[in-house]
Design a protein around this ligand. Structure first.
Ligand code: NAP
Ligand code: GCO
Length: 267
């Protein structure tokens, strides 16, 4: 690789991607691995961690998997300490783990609202807080928060998710503000609508075999005229995890096919 391209290398770096047994987290982890990083991931269930390890092995990646609920600060602190023992200090953190509950606000319980906020906003705070001391010790660090278009826009039934992802955008900017001096860059990736298990209900074929109305709506609202795939997120993730982005801080990089820039086709 020529000298300039070495800026995108993650050789010798330890990357923790939360909730990365499958989906966006898994794809981002495989990309960071391809750039040279050692991959560490977690999931809530041992069976999913085991499945994840096998899935990484199928791609020729030796990943380190840990059972940890990212909303539980004690578990997170213990996991980060164990990772330091087993693998090393975490250089790159991708706060990917997330849930969504699509419920009209007036039908949503406060408990359900809190659950979404807990995973999608409180957990990135908890995991970042656990990883930053090690990054300070090493003199560098990269934190990538997986935000969303809902960090900018609302829509029916996703009040908790939008509130959490909007908050995650501002947590990203605050970590940037508080730890930029320690050579820690904290940025976000804001995926558009991506084909993963989380959005499967929005793409289900109708009984008559036609496409889901929401599927058609998103394709019409996206200049790229398609849903994103996890492949689309790999390059942006490697960029934000690498030295090539050392002066990019507090930025949310939207990977959305242009949907946020587009008012939509005249009916
Ligand atoms: P996904 O397929 O539902 O995967 C989410 C992952 O997070 C799963 O591995 C899940 O594990 C894990 N997780 C959930 N709660 C957890 C917890 N408390 N502790 C540890 N792990 C936990 O979702 P995805 O589509 O890949 O999305 C990944 C991230 O991208 C999320 O933050 C999501 O909000 C964001 N995003 C997705 C899209 C999209 O269109 N798909 C767009 C923008 C942003 P379990 O299986 O054990 O629950
Ligand atoms: C929804 C979708 C979105 C995507 C993503 C868009 O119900 O609107 O799940 O929220 O997951 O966050 O960026």
């Amino acid at each position: 690789m020529n000298e300039f391209m070495n800026n995108f290398s993650l050789e010798g770096k330890v990357a923790l991607v939360t909730g990365a047994s499958y989906g966006i987290g898994f794809a981002i982890a495989t990309a960071l691995s391809a750039a040279g990083a050692t991959i560490v991931f977690n999931d809530i269930k041992q069976e999913l961690v085991d499945k994840g390890i096998a899935a990484y092995e199928e791609k020729g990646i030796k990943a380190y998997g840990y059972v940890c609920d990212v909303t539980n600060e004690e578990q997170v602190q213990a996991m980060v300490a164990k990772i330091r023992e087993d693998v090393g200090i975490i250089d790159i953190l991708v706060n990917n783990a997330g849930i969504i509950k699509r419920i009209p606000m007036l039908e949503m319980s406060a408990e359900d609202f809190r659950k979404v906020i807990d995973v999608d906003l409180n957990a990135p705070f908890i995991v970042s807080k656990a990883c930053i001391p090690g990054m300070i010790e090493k003199g560098h660090g990269k934190i990538i928060n997986i935000c969303s278009m809902m960090s900018e826009l609302g829509r029916e039934t996703v009040s908790a998710y939008a509130a959490a992802k909007g908050g995650l955008k501002m947590l990203t900017r605050n970590i940037c503000s508080e730890y930029g001096e320690a050579n820690i860059q904290c940025n976000g990736i804001g995926p558009g609508y991506i084909e993963t298990p989380q959005t499967a209900p929005l793409r289900e074929r109708q009984p008559d075999g036609s496409r889901h109305p929401f599927d058609q709506f998103i394709v019409s609202k996206t200049p790229a005229a398609r849903w994103g795939t996890t492949e689309d997120l790999k390059g942006p993730a490697v960029f934000l995890a690498s030295d090539a982005s050392n002066f990019v801080n507090g930025h949310i990089l939207y990977v959305d096919g242009g949907i946020l820039a587009y008012i939509g086709k005249q009916p």
